[in-house]
Ligand binder design. Sequence first.
Ligand code: TUI
Length: 308
Amino acid sequence: MRTRITELLGITHPVIQGGMAWVAENHLAAAVSEAGGLGLIGGANAPGDVVRDYIRKVKEVTDKPFGVNVMLMSPYADDVAKVVVEEGVRVVTTGAGNPEKYMEMWKAAGIKVIPVVASVALARRMERSGADAVVAEGTESGGHIGEATTMTLVPQVADAVSIPVIAAGGIADGRGIAAAFMLGAEAVQMGTRFLVAKECVIHQNYKDRVLKAKDIDSTVTGRSHGHPIRCLRNQMTREYIKLENAGTPFEELEYLTLGALRKAVQDGDVAMGTVMAGQIAGMVSKEQTCKEMIDEMMEQAEKLLGRQ
Ligand code: TUI
């Protein structure tokens, strides 16, 4: 399926893997790129040299296009923003903020810049700043989220900008891809389904929690202090939300969640760790290779869209 996004990025399938914090490292990114999608390394809160190492490792195993997600709330964002230039990365996505201050440097380096946005206003602003495309990410997504749903955000962003739009949030099969295309998207970004990919190196407990999740198993922490994070319900979210409702200051809540994502991803502590996942986790029920996932989804989407 060819779109402006497959052309822009030089990829076979209009499927981008979300740059998930602590999850999207070299193995997953390389596997998605090898399967014909766009793999992303998640810069998250990692220092520049850690991201540099991931970039070099991906290049060792694939010559297919891949990208890096720069998490703008990271204390190392400036550092990672320079590393992507130094390492000759071709595609950068950004999350959790406005990447304007890096745009000139990235464009001068010939990088394709794709900010993740949760509103029409930011999408418009990104187009004016020279973005090559935007990811319109609905609140169904895992991790740090905005308010609008994918169903409402994608067509409004597609109407508001001329650059291509990539849909994210609540998409995990060919039906979701076909629906996103009907809303005006020219590619999709997916995170939750790739959590259970065979090449995804997170702890098996995390994968099992996603595999057994039901439709209403996700919740949102941090709404009251403006840092909404969608994750699967567990002891940590119950305690967090109880404290949040009691008006506990942000700093104390942050202490509860400090390192909690790492605890879930690496140690497999799915009771007290943060198990970030989107609302579509309830539909994610089998472990496959990235290639199996992408081939299966694209076949289904193409059939639905009458392109086969
Ligand atoms: O960034 C994400 N998802 C993430 S980042 C993350 S790691 C993290 N760790 C600690 C605290 C916060 C995050 C886990 N998941 N998605 C992209 C995204 N960006 N979703 C929403 C936004 C967003 C929201 C508001 C982007 C810009 C924005 O406003 C910027 C502005 O200045 O108007």
